[in-house]
Design a protein around this ligand. Structure first.
Ligand SMILES: Cc1ncc(COP(=O)(O)O)c(C=O)c1O
Length: 440
């Protein structure tokens, strides 16, 4: 190794050591980094992230499902540079600005005008908190303050703040905080028991508790954090009818599945219904800046419109509707329009589907599945270290992947070339075989 490479390696190690000393990383048992590598990322371009030595890693999970159009995207960069020289931030209480207005109007138009009011926040969990509070406060303003309970699906994930954990059913995130949590009703998921049984279970709950239920919150089509558990859109259609019959709000958490990820811009379009409240985040800003949005209907908005300040929705975050984040989102919407993304994604999805087919007959692979540009399979192994070992083996093959337990999944940016898609399929298989071989 030459001197320059030596210096780069030392700089890398220094950076990693300093991070481990000073940065408390998310969703991480820090001690595991004694064995699991921490990747120093110096720059990104397209689907690739690069360390300071120039080693590339194909970001096969869009950096936690946010990066839709690649890192350092030319269009978003240009728009943000322009926005930076125009208006970096202004509070959205008492003031307004073009990027927030335009984004609200364009998202509303994407719902055919049904969800005509946009409330801004900064991340997915806060959008969920807002939707829950908004639903409860709506009923309270309508004189129904006994409607204060919520329902969610088994294995649901809606974020990790205390309120969002109340409608989350993933033990690893929830159990430690159990005494702090106000629990929702947890109802059978269609991904586990099928559509008919899940609808029957929800009907049974509604028959008992509808008078006290404000809303049910659901991840349409794919319960991502539960391990990419997929179900039929007809569940969501029937759930809408049930909510109408019993007077319960339907909240669609499209934070992970929205923005084209399942094949339509909103996943709930596939069920041919509109919920009362939709939560969007993650991909909406193209993976650039923290932004979330709750979209809702006229009748919900109208219930807050009053001379009395306490009937208003008094929720706020300092960076609500940040112009830079909104501008990134507007450019993301432009990219959807200009590049015919949804049609092109269908083609790429078939290509990746085809390339992954050898895995369908792999002796240690179960339930190879896909919806839109989400692909997943379960490795047939009982091993708590599988995910960490797979991660490390993937890095050696220039892939950035983080299995959920023994579920290996891909959620790549939409800009992968055909060659990159084939490479992803081939290296995933190699990584799986290497990880399984270590365990035996
Ligand atoms: C369906 C769903 N809801 C909510 C969240 C929480 O979003 P955030 O991590 O931005 O708080 C996530 C994050 O993965 C999610 O997948």
């Amino acid at each position: 190794m030459n001197t320059e490479a030596n210096q780069n390696t030392e700089a890398n190690q220094d950076w990693v050591a300093r991070s481990l000393a000073a940065v408390w990383h998310p969703c991480t048992q820090m001690k595991h980094h004694e064995r699991v590598p921490l990747v120093p990322v110096a720059r990104g371009k397209g689907a690739w992230l690069y360390d300071p030595q120039g080693n590339g890693y194909l970001d096969a999970i869009s950096s936690w499902w946010v990066n839709l159009f690649g890192h350092a995207n030319d269009d978003i960069n240009r728009a943000l540079k322009d926005q930076l020289d125009t208006l970096e931030h202004a509070m959205l209480a008492g003031c307004t600005h073009a990027p927030a207005v335009e984004l609200a109007e364009r998202l509303c138009a994407l719902t055919g005008g049904t969800l005509g009011h946009a409330f801004f926040a900064s991340d997915g969990a806060s959008a969920v908190e807002i939707a829950l509070k908004m639903s409860f406060h709506f009923w309270r303003n309508r004189g129904r303050s006994e409607k204060r309970e919520f329902a969610c699906l088994a294995n649901s994930y809606h974020g990790e703040t205390i309120g969002a954990l109340g409608v989350t059913d993933v033990a690893i995130f929830k159990d430690a905080y159990d005494p702090l949590i106000r629990h929702a009703h947890v109802v059978a998921s269609p991904a586990a028991v099928g559509v008919d049984e899940a609808i029957a279970a929800m009907r049974a709950l509604f028959e008992r508790r509808a008078a006290n239920l404000a809303a049910v919150i659901v991840e349409p089509l794919v319960q991502c954090a539960a391990g990419m558990a997929m179900y039929d859109a007809s569940y969501f259609t029937q759930l809408r009818a049930l909510c109408d019959e019993f007077g319960v709000h339907l909240i669609a958490d499209e934070i992970a599945v929205g923005c084209g990820r399942t094949g339509t811009f909103f996943a709930c379009e596939q069920a041919d219904i509109w919920p009362d409240l939709v939560c969007l985040s993650k991909g909406i800003s193209g993976g650039y800046l923290p932004l979330s949005i709750v979209l809702t209907r006229d009748d919900i908005y109208a219930a807050f419109y009053d001379d009395d300040v306490t009937r208003g929705f008094l929720h706020s975050h300092s960076y609500t509707g940040n112009p830079l984040a909104c501008r990134a989102a507007l450019t993301t919407l432009d990219l959807f329009e200009s590049a015919n993304v949804l049609a092109e994604n269908r083609r790429k999805s078939s290509l990746l589907h085809e390339a992954l087919q050898p895995l369908s007959t792999h002796a240690r692979v179960r339930n190879l599945r896909n919806r839109g540009t989400i692909f997943a399979f379960d490795a047939d192994i009982e091993d708590k270290t599988f995910s960490r070992r797979f991660f490390a083996n993937a890095l050696q093959r220039e892939l950035l992947m983080r299995p959920i337990g023994t579920t290996v999944y891909m959620m790549p940016p939409y800009i992968l070339t055909d060659d990159e898609l084939r490479l992803l399929a081939q290296r995933t298989r190699e990584t799986l075989d290497a990880t399984l071989a270590e365990a035996t």
